[in-house]
Design a protein around this ligand. Structure first.
Ligand code: DHE
Length: 547
């Protein structure tokens, strides 16, 4: 099955290829069954993440048929081909979609979206497999890996993760997963690694096995981005949670087997206008260190849910009114406060996870904040601050996070500086580092997308600090392709930072490691099996929310 196997075109009774879609508009172009399936697959893989399965829009504009009909075929065709400076990729001119595929997508968008099926407990259980039961797993670590310095690396287009030894830089193993794994998270004990594909397949990997491998798996929907495990004292390794884009819901699972226990829908009212939304997708999820709670960010309704997992039968959920289009975020350095970007609103919302309250919603003074998990640094003037870069412009924003030591600056923008340009996805620092790194993989300039800006933290005392540019693409020795540099991730010691050189599937990719002290090239990891590496997750830093 394809990742979009959930989206079955409605064949007519004779099984003919020509298909009548539900709600097809008179005059809308007809698609054959095969075309509809092909278009669904492209839509799922390339478009749904921003525009939504029901095409109601979020990071991308809404594409419901009232709007697409108004725009018309020619407009859609050229927009898909050329993209826009506001963030729509140039699918045609970049060579990622062919002329025929663009024609197909323009016609597809003039038809009603197909609603994929629901996915309740029964459907999840059908996909659930415990490959190695708990009593057959090792009782102690069977390999001599330094697990704290292991990296789980997404190999986006092959549907795998590579486990890379952070000490030797060797690929320990590659594990088949769902399609385009989005994130990796580690259980509180550090033993289990959870990864989730965008097709909502979760693999639970036991790092204690001689060669780490999947011990349980499950599919929790047809599209998802987030997975996390319980971290509060007394609940270590007890539960896992996954949030899905489709169906819009989250599921709490057993932390040792992935058995689905509780499925909760996020459909409901927007926080502000209080109108019904049929597709409020679950974006980032983190586990509280202060309470037995998961912090679940619901994109379209703008609610941050504090889901208390201490009693699943009498589930208590606190819904904080934050801001719409919640996306990604991370903790401050004390791990008490969680900061999440409401990206299409240019805001960051802050939750006090100890008291269970929203403490502020801050205008980032940039366009489309995209922090990843953000970066925590000790600012020379303002003390502990958290930073985000932006997808829509070159602004890097620093927000005060120390209400006790620096009450005047807490939850305010204390400084903005300019980086290389827009198209940034991730910003990174480490408590042992004197630097802050800003990637720009989606910048339209090839040179900017192939390099990274780095600021000295001490220089932030100046109003307009200078930055150095690390030519990571060049350092990789790769000359072909677009060489997008994405997502810096530190090793456990915090003395080197790894960047992915994310190239096309048919082209060479690499991981480039930079010495944090000297800002010089330390090592390049290349391997024929290192295809389209994107996210990298150091076990220790991910487990302990160090960033
Ligand atoms: Fe991501 C984090 C959603 C595109 C790589 N991404 C996240 C999170 C969400 C999300 C909700 C936070 C998860 C959490 O913390 O629980 N990402 C989306 C999208 O909806 C979007 C915009 C479009 C889509 O279709 O998926 C999108 N993301 C991308 C990419 O194109 C990237 C670069 C490569 C890919 O996977 O296709 C990408 N996203 C990542 C990475 C993280 C992430 C590496 C984790 C960063 C970290 O440091 O924790």
């Amino acid at each position: 099955t394809t990742p979009s196997g959930q989206y079955q075109p409605q064949q007519d009774v004779l099984g003919e290829t020509v298909m009548e879609q539900p709600g097809q508009k008179p005059g809308a172009p007809t698609l054959t069954g095969d075309e509809f399936q092909a278009a669904n697959k492209i839509y799922f893989e390339r478009c749904a993440g921003c525009h939504g399965v029901l095409r109601k829009g979020a990071t991308g504009k809404p594409l419901t048929t009232d709007i697409t009909t108004e725009l018309g075929y020619d407009y859609l065709q050229s927009f898909i081909n050329y993209g826009s400076p506001a963030g729509m990729p140039n699918w045609g001119t970049s060579g990622e979609l062919s002329e025929d595929e663009i024609d197909l997508m323009a016609r597809y968008l003039l038809n009603e979206p197909a609603q994929p099926p629901e996915f309740g407990l029964a459907e999840m259980k059908e996909t659930w497999k415990v490959l190695i039961p708990e009593d057959q797993r090792p009782t102690s670590q069977q390999n001599d890996l330094n697990l704290d310095n292991l990296f789980s690396v997404t190999l986006r287009d092959t549907g795998e993760v590579a486990l890379i030894d952070g000490d030797t830089k060797e690929i320990v193993t590659r594990i088949p997963t769902g399609y385009a794994v989005h994130i990796s998270r580690i259980s509180a004990s550090g033993r289990y690694l959870f990864v989730i594909g965008r097709d909502a397949k979760i693999n639970m990997i036991d790092l204690w096995m001689e060669t780490p491998a999947t011990v349980a798996e499950i599919k929790v929907g047809s599209e998802a981005r987030s997975v996390e495990t319980s971290k509060f004292e007394g609940f270590e390794d007890k539960y896992a949670i996954a949030g899905s884009y489709w169906p819009p819901q989250y599921v709490i699972m057993d932390g040792a087997t992935l058995e689905p226990l509780k499925v909760v829908s996020t459909r409901g009212m927007t926080y502000d206008t209080q109108e019904y939304h049929p597709e409020p997708r679950v974006a980032s999820i983190v586990a509280s260190h202060y309470n037995p709670e998961f912090i679940v960010n619901v994109k379209e309704t703008g609610h941050i849910l504090l889901v208390d997992y201490s009693d699943l039968e009498n589930l208590k959920v606190t819904a904080l009114e934050a801001e719409r289009f919640l996306h990604d975020g991370g903790f401050d350095s004390s791990k008490r406060y969680f900061l999440v970007a409401a990206n299409a609103r240019n805001k960051v919302a802050v939750v006090d996870t100890k008291e269970g309250k929203l403490v502020g919603v801050i205008d980032t003074q940039g366009t489309t904040p995209h922090p990843g998990r953000g970066a925590n640094i000790m600012h020379p003037t303002y003390g502990p601050v958290w930073a985000t870069s932006h997808l829509g412009d070159e602004v890097i924003t620093f927000i005060g996070t120390d209400p006790e030591g620096h009450p005047d600056q807490a939850w305010k923008v204390v400084q903005t500086v300019e980086g290389q340009g827009g198209g940034s996805l991730f910003i990174k620092s480490h408590p042992n580092s004197g630097h802050i790194y800003v990637d720009t993989p989606l910048n339209p300039e090839a040179e900017i997308s192939a390099s990274v800006a780095v600021f000295k933290i001490a220089d932030l005392a100046n109003e307009e600090p200078e930055y150095s540019v690390l030519p990571i693409g060049e350092w990789s020795g790769i000359t072909e392709g677009q060489r997008r540099i994405v997502q810096g991730e530190f090793n456990v010691a915090g003395d080197e930072i790894w960047f992915s050189v994310w190239n096309g599937k048919e082209e060479e990719s690499a991981i480039v490691i930079v010495d944090d002290k000297t800002l010089e090239l330390k090592e390049v990891i290349k391997d024929p099996n290192l295809i389209t590496p994107t996210g990298k997750f150091n076990v220790y830093n991910t487990r302990n929310d160090v960033y």
